[in-house]
Design a protein around this ligand. Structure first.
Ligand SMILES: [Zn+2]
Ligand SMILES: [Zn+2]
Ligand SMILES: [Zn+2]
Length: 364
């Protein structure tokens, strides 16, 4: 409430000149009848207004006005207390004009949000929620969150929670947070719960993405293994094909294929393959076993050991069988996904990631 309003001479000041000129320039002000009600603010300022207009915009004010009529009060006064008197002026101004400037929202958005909620003015509430949400800061987010909860403004509430989650360390140090901790332990609990859930949601998604990437990599490795053993690729080919028949150019999965070719060459020559001391050979063995589990053309398949491994696995059904079966299923479905349902551009994306991470598994 500015000094200017208190300079009015009457004991109960009415709206003063500058307020009238800056806030109350309603386009049809002159065509309106005499004001028939006064809004009383905390500072004692009285804002003249029209019951017809107030009642038509706010059902709560309509009720209050009805009651005033019933009691035949000679002097119709509606007190709107507890907020700065400029905010009340702006509120009344909005009821007339349905307009509010950015500057006004910047200064009184929070108060207008509260007023629009209390007096049920949804258009203003919508504008204020948005404006306050755009001006969230680490300093005010806790206060705004409390307001959003009080005013039942879900969009703003979620926005505050996200801001809290993203800046928790900084928010924890603010006065607003400390005050809330002391005075509203339930809200603190609510916030911590939200953060906890968001955190585990993030972890879950990350894990799923990593898993999916692994399955895609394995699925691609399976494709490469088959095509290396069937038609050959750059440096490795089936033993029964002469060099002239070997495919020369790199295939379209070359980053994976190359790693696999190196691994196959190593596997063929490694002295530690049989004694189980070589981790690269072990990995090759797993890839062959995985192929054999997925392969549905064992009889004609040219991948080494495909048939033998299948028979071996059928003979020994071991404890980790369910896990293995799950892996086989996931790799098989990743393969279907990559070859059928994904559009071409998407299908090529995972290759980047394989280049970054997966291929190292084959080369180590
Ligand atoms: Zn290839
Ligand atoms: Zn080896
Ligand atoms: Zn096979």
């Amino acid at each position: 409430m500015g000094e200017t309003h208190n300079t009015a001479t009457a004991a109960t000041p009415t709206i003063s000149g500058d307020l009238m000129s800056s806030h109350f320039q309603f386009s049809d002000h002159n065509s309106l009848p005499e004001p028939d009600v006064q809004i009383l603010t905390s500072s004692g300022l009285r804002i003249p207004a029209h019951t017809g207009i107030l009642a038509s915009v706010s059902p709560v004010l309509e009720n209050i006005i009805d009651r005033l009529h019933k009691h035949h009060s000679s002097e119709k006064i509606i007190p709107i207390l507890g907020v700065p008197c400029d905010a009340v002026s702006l509120f009344i101004q909005f009821l007339y004009s349905s307009r509010c400037s950015e500057e006004e929202l910047e200064k009184y958005g929070i108060h207008l949000l509260a007023l629009s909620h209390v007096y049920l003015v949804p258009q203003l509430k919508h504008i204020c929620s948005k404006a306050v949400g755009q001006r969230l800061t680490v300093e005010n987010v806790v206060d705004v969150l409390q307001l959003a909860r009080l005013c039942d403004s879900p969009d703003l509430y979620v926005k505050c929670m996200k801001m809290l989650y993203d800046n928790f360390k900084a928010v924890e140090k603010t006065e607003g947070w400390k005050f809330m901790q002391e005075n509203d332990p339930f809200l603190e609990l609510e916030i911590l719960k939200f953060i906890d859930e968001a955190e585990s949601r993030k972890k879950r998604t990350r894990r799923q993405r990593e898993e999916q990437r692994l399955f895609m990599e394995l699925s691609e490795a399976m494709e490469c293994l088959e095509h290396i053993c069937t038609e050959g690729c750059t440096t490795v080919g089936p033993c029964d094909l002469g060099p002239s028949n070997k495919r020369r150019g790199p295939c379209n999965k070359f980053s994976t294929c190359e790693g696999l070719q190196l691994l196959i060459k190593h596997f063929a020559l490694c002295k530690n393959r049989v004694n189980g001391k070589c981790s690269r050979c072990k990995r090759m063995g797993q890839l062959l076993r995985l192929h054999s589990s997925i392969c549905d053309q064992t009889d004609s398949c040219r991948v080494p050991l495909c048939r033998q491994l299948k028979l071996k696995m059928q003979r020994e059904r071991k404890g980790d069988e369910t896990l293995w079966n799950l892996l086989v299923k996931k790799v098989a479905s990743a393969r279907v996904m990559s070859s059928l349902s994904l559009p071409k551009r998407k299908r090529e994306e995972p290759r980047e990631t394989i280049h970054d991470h997966g291929i190292r598994n084959f080369r180590k």
